[in-house]
Design a protein around this ligand. Structure first.
Ligand code: HEM
Ligand code: HEM
Length: 181
């Protein structure tokens, strides 16, 4: 039940997938909102929450990858080869962005002269000097990578919905990531 089988990712991987999916969704929506906000005390408190959720995503993705490494994965034997190649490619990009964007957010925070707090519990040592010119550039990078994540996530979401609602889930792709029996 907890571990993956021939036709299921298993409970732990599913929990990781759906909790991270919800957090990423919130983070993208709130981040895009931040992009259009003028500086204010309210924006500053939103940024504090944003940094806490962002560092939580990074920790969860790390734990998820550790679990993925030890867990067995569902078989793709009956799935067409091109489906497998394209979906693996999209998953790898999602993992890279889920790791890179939070790390880049930390670099951004340090160049702005602020601290990175892990889950609001303790501050990481500052690894980069304050540099306000770089802060602006890093902020733009952070935004464009978040847009790239949104784009990749939309492809992934569309593929999931295609399997579920159009292809009638004939390869069981939806079922193996869903909580329904
Ligand atoms: C509502 C949105 C989402 C839906 C409907 C969805 C659906 C699915 C489904 C059906 C699978 C199983 C694919 C397979 O077994 O080949 C899957 C796997 C996966 N999904 Fe999603 N997903 C969503 C959101 C996300 C988000 C936001 C991310 C990350 C940014 C993500 C990352 C992944 C990854 C990396 C896998 C590969 C399995 C793994 O390594 O755990 N998904 N998704
Ligand atoms: C998947 C995770 C993340 C996503 C999708 C994301 C997305 C975004 C987006 C779209 C913005 C708006 C950029 C702009 O104002 O142009 C933003 C702002 C920001 N992010 Fe993130 N972020 C993530 C993680 C993090 C992390 C982990 C940190 C730091 C610990 C961080 C720090 C910041 C800061 C400081 C800003 C405000 C920049 C400003 O307006 O002054 N982000 N984020």
């Amino acid at each position: 039940m907890y571990k993956g089988t021939e036709n299921s990712w298993g409970l732990v991987a599913k929990l990781f997938h759906w909790i991270i999916a919800i957090l990423v969704f919130i983070q993208i929506a709130a981040g895009i909102n931040l992009h259009f906000m003028e500086f204010s005390m309210q924006k500053s408190s939103f940024i504090d929450i944003h940094k806490i959720i962002g560092s939580l995503i990074l920790i969860l993705v790390f734990l998820r990858l550790v679990w993925r490494f030890y867990n067995s994965q569902p078989s793709n034997d009956n799935v067409p080869f091109m489906h497998v190649v394209v979906s693996k490619f999209v998953h790898v990009i999602l993992y890279i962005l889920m790791i890179w964007i939070p790390i880049q957010g930390m670099l951004l925070t340090w160049t702005g002269g602020y601290d990175v707090s892990i889950l609001g519990l303790f501050n990481l040592p500052r690894l980069v000097e304050e540099n306000l010119m770089m802060y602006d550039q890093f902020k733009n990078f952070h935004y464009y990578f978040a847009l790239l994540l949104t784009f990749t996530f939309t492809i992934h979401l569309s593929a999931g919905l295609y399997h579920r609602f159009i292809a009638g889930d004939k390869y069981g792709i939806w079922k193996r990531m869903s909580f329904k029996k």
